[in-house]
Ligand binder design. Structure first.
Ligand code: GDP
Ligand code: MG
Length: 167
């Protein structure tokens, strides 16, 4: 089985750290799948019976003025259209306007969206996260909300198994 997973999110939420954690040494760059020419491939994790192709999307780093933003978001929407799953990464601290823009761009497509709340290693008391998880749950019909720490690896394997279940 081969599947495409888009990793999206505003800058600095930990997308690259998460990918490095997921990919480890199992990094390959070849695929015959047609989508590989349409997407910017971030990495491919190949295991015995499953291959997950992680792709980047244009327009998710939003530093342009508005008309350009709209155009880029449209491009991003097109890019995520063909994936099996969208993984949106946010910070555990607070939801920003940039997160809203990312969400608007991806909410126009059909792939299921899993929300990853990253950097939970900053959180000392477990209950501290609960109000935030409730808040983000109300923002979109996310398939699942998964708190992780890309830095320590906490809960990342659970996220991977979840990702694989959509492929
Ligand atoms: P990207 O822009 O979304 O790709 O974010 P990066 O992966 O480059 O991470 C941005 C910064 O956040 C870097 O300094 C990372 O070391 C840090 N970071 C990423 N994930 C975590 C995490 O789970 N915990 C902590 N404490 N820092 C993290
Ligand atoms: Mg990055």
């Amino acid at each position: 089985k081969t599947g495409f997973v888009a990793i999206v999110g505003r800058p600095n939420v930990g997308k690259s750290t998460l990918l490095n954690r997921i990919l480890g040494q199992k990094l390959s760059i070849t695929s015959r799948k047609p989508q590989t020419t349409r997407h910017q491939i971030l990495g491919i994790k190949t295991e015995e019976d499953i291959q997950v192709i992680y792709v980047d999307t244009p327009g998710m780093h939003l530093h342009q003025e508005k008309a350009i933003n709209r155009y880029m978001n449209k491009a991003a929407t097109t890019a995520v259209k063909d994936v099996d799953l969208v993984v949106m990464v946010v910070d555990r601290m607070r939801w920003t306007e940039e997160d809203d823009m990312v969400l608007r761009a991806i909410s126009q497509q059909r792939a299921p969206v899993v929300l990853v709340v990253n950097k939970v290693d900053f959180i000392k008391e477990k209950d501290e996260l609960l109000p935030y998880l409730q808040e983000v749950a109300g923002r979109f019909n996310f398939e699942q909300i998964v708190p992780i720490s890309a830095k320590t690896g906490n809960n990342v394997e659970r996220l991977e198994r979840l990702i694989e279940s959509y492929i």
